[in-house]
Write a protein that binds this ligand. Sequence first.
Ligand code: ZN
Length: 286
Amino acid sequence: MPDSRRKMEDDVKPIEDLSRLCLHTITTRPWDIERAIDEYARGGVSGITVWRDALEGRDPRQIGRRVRDAGLSVVSLCRGGFFASSDPTERRRSVDQNLQAIREAAALGAPHVVLVCGADPAQPLEQSREQIADGIGEIAAFASSEGVRLAVEPLHPMYADSRSAINTLEQANDLCERLDHSAVGVAVDVYHLWWDPHLEREIARCGRDGRIIAFHVCDWRTPTRDLLNDRGLMGEGCIPIPRIRGWVETAGFEGYIEVEIFSTKLWKTDQNEFLNRIIQAYRKSV
Ligand code: ZN
C-alpha cells in the first residue's frame, strides 16, 4: 500500500478476529447453500448473507436453522427491490414480490433485506425515484411487523439505466428521511460509493439517525472488464476500504463486514483456496 494511503488509514483500528466477517453466498457461487454453510463455518466465518437464488427448492426456515446450528448468523437476505417500472402491473407485481422476500427473510431469521431499488430506461430517473419511494412506503409497515428492516443500497451510476435510480448515499438518505420509517435504512457498499466526494459527510448523516444497516466490501479493478461480474478481492483495486470502514464505524456502525464479490474469474478458481484468500484479504485490506 502506498505511504500516502497508509497514512490516511492510520486511525482505523486493525481487524483482530473474524467475529464480524460475513460472506454473501454469491461470492462463492459454485457452492450450493449447504456446502457454503459448512465451508464458511469450517473457515471461521461468522455470518452469511443469503441470496434468494441459493434458496431455490429449499425451506428458508430449515436453512436458517442449519446456519445457526453451524454456529453462524444469518446477516441478511439479498435481495428485494426493483420497484420502478413504467408499467403499473409490473409495479404491483414488484410490491407482491417484496412482501414475499420479507416473509422469506423472517422465516430465515434474517434481520434485514437489501433493496436494489430499480430503474426503467423508458422513463426519467426522477419518476423511477417516485415509484421507489411509493414501493418502499407500501412494504415498510409489513417489514416492521415481521421484524425485518429494509436496507436501501445505492448503486454505482453505471447501473442507473435499469438497476437503480438511487445512485448516491445522499439520494438514499433523502429517501429514508422522506419515508421516515424505523424499518428503512441504508446499505453502504464500497464498490458503489467509493468515488463520491460527499461520502464521509453522508455516512455521518445516516449514522446520526441509526440508519446504517449494512456494510459491503470488495474492490474496484482497473481495468474493469465486465460491468457486473468483475469485482475484485479486497486489496486488489483502488478502493480505500479501511478509510471507509473507519467512517462507518465513527458513525456508530458495529455490525458485520460483508464480503460481496461477483467475479466470473474468481468463480472459476478453487473455492476453498478462494475462501482462504478472502480471509487473508479481510485481515490485511479491510
Ligand atoms: Zn452490496
